[in-house]
Design a protein around this ligand. Structure first.
Ligand code: HEM
Length: 184
């Protein structure tokens, strides 16, 4: 891995390294992608999340769907249309995608059926080698890399809230006991 700070200019890669860019410069990246800069995807699943006012986000728990984040990425990857609907113009070097704001995206469709095959499980079941499946997997992965400690954080949060609730009940009972003999 190239590193100007290393003595010889290269050093063994570590897990915390960023993925090296395939482009020599930002300008090269834009030139290769119809003028659009391919964004860093490390926190994209969080960057594209949407906020819903209370109580609407509660519905997400029941429908298992939320509009933004990994669901947006999945929809975006599946949102390409070879023939744009009548009346819409797509500039050269752009692709029609009905999910992308403005519908003309600089990213060529990155997924297609049959690109990789999955291993067959011991019970004989296997995952279909379809763009739809890849897109679900890659979106879930992007959510995980965007916040690897999300599950731990929520578990801790739940325990803290449960503790605070119990503590409040106990404190209320203590207060009643302490003040029971005092006229007030
Ligand atoms: C499975 C792999 C990929 C995923 C999950 C992915 C995902 C994304 C996402 C989420 C965006 C942001 C869209 C937004 O702003 O709302 C994006 C933008 C973009 N991606 Fe990809 N991408 C992938 C592969 C690629 C590849 C292979 C290229 C280049 C050949 C590419 C080039 C771009 C470019 C140029 C943009 C900016 C589009 C614009 O602003 O018009 N992506 N990508």
């Amino acid at each position: 891995m190239a590193d100007p700070d290393a003595e010889t200019g290269v050093r063994p890669a570590v897990a915390a390294d960023r993925w090296p860019s395939p482009f020599a410069s930002d300008r090269d990246a834009r030139d290769a992608n119809g003028g659009a800069y391919p964004p860093d995807l490390s926190v994209m699943a969080k960057a594209r999340s949407t906020t819903q006012p209370f109580p609407w986000w509660i519905l997400n728990y029941f429908t298992a769907y939320s509009e933004g984040g990994p669901d947006y990425i999945h929809a975006l990857l599946m949102g390409y249309e070879e023939t744009p609907p009548a009346g819409s113009e797509v500039p050269d070097g752009k692709y029609y995608n009905h999910v992308f704001p403005g519908h003309a995206i600089g990213m060529p469709p990155p997924l297609a059926d049959g690109l990789v095959t999955y291993e067959t499980a011991e019970d004989g079941s296997s995952v279909p080698a379809t763009a739809e499946q890849y897109s679900r997997d890659v979106s879930a992965f992007l959510m995980w890399i965007a916040e690897p400690h999300l599950v731990d954080r929520k578990e801790t949060g739940f325990k803290v809230m449960a503790f605070l609730f119990l503590f409040a009940v106990i404190m209320y009972l203590v207060k009643r006991k302490l003040w029971a003999k005092v006229d007030h």
